[in-house]
Design a protein. Structure first.
Length: 442
């Protein structure tokens, strides 16, 4: 088959977990029906299944409450998207990889080191492509930063400062009231939120290997002790709601009334079209209407990670809930010949020798029209790269394959170990030897 015929090959995919992320990715097939068809779905949630069935016209035989029913059939698609909750990533990924499906797997890969290792191992053993949704690797500014570093323009990288401002209301939505609030039900917040950021730092450092890592952090604010005097158990029935920045009424009804029917409103309406009645009902009866100081949340709301790399370079990462911004990272990279600053979509490079500063203009959205606009278009680039990789059988188009993704996940687990055990983790002695070798390829 010629390359151009191969390029035009229409692919089939199966969505495992048709919630917020799974449904969003599936939109690519609606935007580009000549490239992709969603042929089956598995999700225990009837409403999520109905939404997928209607959007993609999936026959009843291919609608499943349990992904195992699909895994027992002969292979009938080229790839599977695994977008189940964090705790349910490993089993479907391993099963479908063993059947020869390529896998696009939501981050985090899995919630334990062992499971992450097994996923990477099985995908390699069965020669299937694995793309982990480290979407930021695909975002134009983050790629541009990598390109500038690789060009040698700022010399040798000596230090990286990286801030992940989660956003005060976003933290309340996802990590206090929502799916990632409780470690036993999901995972720790550094893995859930900042596996992206540790991954970027590792990627930008290239061949420099992280040799030591330490971390501090805790849950400071969203606790029962900090509940305001006179507050109710639900924001709709609270006498002091108007004085609380975390009011669910303000957040959800406020955003809905301003016309937002997408995230996070879509999440609280459980895969149904948001209406005033549904939003109000969710606040009356569901988790998103609870007082932010009365939830069973226990994940850190602030955490710092310090990293020491071979050759003496260092990096630090701060994850903080209490910010105006929502996940718009701030990055400073200091090299021996210049520095890179990235803030609020502005990317600047300063050259020590010439004293000149360049502001680099980046495309603000994908060139082709797509509804996958999340993460400033990075969701589109991630999905599109994976589709292209499968279509052309070229794994080099996947920027977040099994080795890199496993390596950066291992660093996240090491950082969390440091925080819990109150000690520096030495990756030279505590991580496997291949962790060092992989840096030759990054
Ligand atoms: N790449 C990113 O930046 C990014 C952003 C947000 C979320 N995520 C990750 O994506 C994944 C999905 O998150 P989400 O926001 O879509 O959550 P979600 O709760 O909206 O969707 C998960 C879906 O999986 C379904 N499900 C649960 N158990 C299942 C099972 N055993 N088999 C099949 N389906 C099952 C649920 O019913 C739900 O519909 C999570 O791992 C999350 O951490 C990644």
């Amino acid at each position: 088959m010629s390359a151009s015929t191969e390029d035009r090959k229409k692919l089939r995919c199966i969505i495992i977990g048709a919630g917020n992320r799974g449904f969003r990715y599936s939109q690519y097939a609606l935007d580009f029906p000549e490239r992709l068809q969603v042929v089956a779905v598995a999700d225990p949630n009837e409403k999520a299944l109905r939404r997928m069935k209607e959007a993609h016209n999936i026959p009843d035989d291919n609608i499943h409450r349990d992904w195992k029913e699909i895994a027992t059939k002969d292979k009938y698609a080229e790839f599977v998207v695994v977008a189940t909750p964090d705790r349910h990533h490993k089993d479907p990924t391993v099963s479908f990889a063993k059947k020869g499906y390529h896998i696009l797997l939501e981050k985090p890969m899995a919630i334990s080191e062992e499971d992450c290792k097994e996923i990477a191992h099985v995908c390699k053993q069965h020669k299937v492509m694995l793309g982990v949704c480290h979407v930021l690797r695909y975002s134009p500014p983050m790629r541009k930063i990598k390109e500038i570093i690789m060009s040698g323009r700022i010399g040798d990288v000596v230090n990286i400062q990286h801030l992940e401002p989660v956003g005060f209301w976003h933290f309340g939505h996802s990590y206090v009231r929502g799916n990632w609030r409780n470690e036993a039900e999901s995972t720790f917040s550094l893995l859930a939120k900042c596996c992206h950021d540790v991954d970027l730092i590792m990627w930008w450092m290239g061949k420099k290997r992280c040799e030591q890592i330490s971390s501090f952090g805790s849950l400071v604010h969203f606790t029962k002790e900090n509940k305001p005097a006179g507050a109710g158990s639900r924001c709709l029935e609270c006498n002091v709601e108007q004085t609380c920045p975390y009011s669910a009424k303000k957040l959800y009804l406020g955003q809905f009334n301003s016309g937002n029917k997408g995230w996070p409103i879509s999440v609280i309406c459980n895969a149904e079209e948001p209406t005033l009645e549904r939003v109000t009902n969710a606040l009356k009866t569901g988790p998103y209407g609870k007082c932010a100081y009365e939830c069973d949340n226990d994940v850190c709301d602030n955490q710092v990670v310090n990293m020491s790399f071979s050759g003496g370079a260092t990096a630090n990462l701060t994850m903080i809930a209490y910010t105006q911004r929502t996940c718009q990272r701030v990055v400073k990279i200091f090299g021996t010949k210049g520095e890179i600053r990235f803030d609020n979509q502005a990317l600047q490079v300063y050259d020590f020798l010439s004293g000149k500063q360049e502001t680099i203009t980046l495309p603000s959205a994908p060139q082709e029209k797509s509804s996958l606009q999340g993460h400033d278009g990075a969701d589109y680039f991630t999905f599109h790269s994976f589709v292209k990789a499968v279509q052309t059988n070229d794994p080099s188009l996947i920027l977040s394959g099994p080795d890199d993704s496993l390596a950066s996940h291992l660093l996240v687990f090491a950082a969390e170990k440091s925080r819990r055990q109150n000690r520096i983790v030495d990756t030279l002695t505590e991580l496997p030897s291949w962790f060092g070798e992989i840096h030759e390829d990054i």
